[in-house]
Write a protein that binds this ligand. Structure first.
Ligand code: PSZ
Length: 284
């Protein structure tokens, strides 16, 4: 049996239901997080909860728990589902209210849902890399908020899937922002480059772990926008994300990158990222 947490209550997944007038369902009016679990432990749980609070505050949703209370509920959910390696999905919507654009009053409380999923580490892809294609970033101008509205991301990712690719790399007027569901970095002459954390990208927790590793290890990194040309001419390309960790891109727009194999700096980051996981969660 799979348990879900609905508004603080652990329920059988089959007995959990959402009101059709929930603003998450009707408007995508809410925020979410995906947290990685290794060996039954949350990886960078605090960082995800901090981002959740900041996303919620950005759209005027007050989360009706303390961070500690929420973390405890997530731990209980993981234990109840005996999850070892996987993800926790959690979201807060603005709550249930007749469909009207203005926010409802304070009497309407946010709807909280969390559930778990078994997801292994993508070991073959981490070893061999993935294919990516390029498409226009048609999303809104607050991509820093982890909002439920993902149509722009979905349309881009569907294009990638139809092209036999794992990820769509998004660009605004020739400037690369991020992937449809990952952050992207390039390596040129030993220097890593990634888009700065502003309103055009989600400041990925994995991106932040990668940056911290670089600072600690003295690996050169710059947070500056780069062009599609720089992307095409990169020595190495890699994605970062909660489930993909540090994922090499070995083919871009059907052209080989780094000889079609994960590059040396990417591989070094993969090793250091895994060490970070193991420090928090034990051997993976
Ligand atoms: O399971 C999956 O496929 C996941 S779990 C998280 C993501 C995908 N994506 C997160 C994400 C994103 O949606 C966008 C638009 N940019 C960057 C990221 C990476 O964020 P973190 O590292 O926090 O997961």
């Amino acid at each position: 049996m799979l348990y879900v947490n609905l508004n603080g209550e652990l329920l059988d997944r089959n007995n959990a239901s959402i009101d059709i007038e929930d603003r998450g369902y009707q408007f995508g009016d809410g925020v979410y997080e995906v947290i990685r679990v290794y060996n039954g432990k949350l990886f960078t749980g605090n960082e995800h909860l901090n981002r959740l609070w900041s996303s919620a505050a950005s759209i005027g949703i007050t989360i009706p728990y303390t961070k500690q209370e929420l973390q405890q509920q997530l731990i209980e959910l993981v234990e109840k589902n005996r999850l070892m390696t996987g993800t926790i999905y959690l979201q807060f919507t603005r709550g249930i209210s007749p469909r009207k654009h203005p926010f409802p009053g304070d009497d309407v409380t946010p709807t909280f849902v969390a559930y778990t999923k078994e997801v292994g580490r993508p070991t073959a892809k981490l070893e061999n890399g993935v294919k990516a294609m390029v498409t226009e970033d048609i999303r809104w101008l607050r991509c820093d908020i982890k909002s439920l509205n993902l149509l722009g991301n979905l349309l881009a990712n569907q294009k990638a899937a139809e092209a036999g690719c794992d990820e769509a790399v998004l660009h605004r007027d020739g400037i690369v922002t991020e992937g449809s569901h990952s952050n992207i970095s390039i390596v040129k002459d030993g220097i890593i480059q990634t888009h700065p954390a502003n309103n055009f990208i989600l400041n990925g927790i994995s991106r932040q772990v990668m940056l911290e590793i670089c600072n600690r290890e003295g690996i050169q990194v710059v947070e500056e926008p780069f062009s599609l040309e720089a992307l095409a001419q990169a020595d190495e390309i890699f994605l970062t994300g909660t489930t993909v960790e540090v994922m090499p891109v070995v083919e871009l727009e059907a052209k080989m990158i780094a000889g079609g194999r994960p590059g040396t700096i990417t591989q070094r980051l993969q090793t250091l990222f895994k060490a970070e996981i193991e420090k928090q969660c034990g051997a993976v």
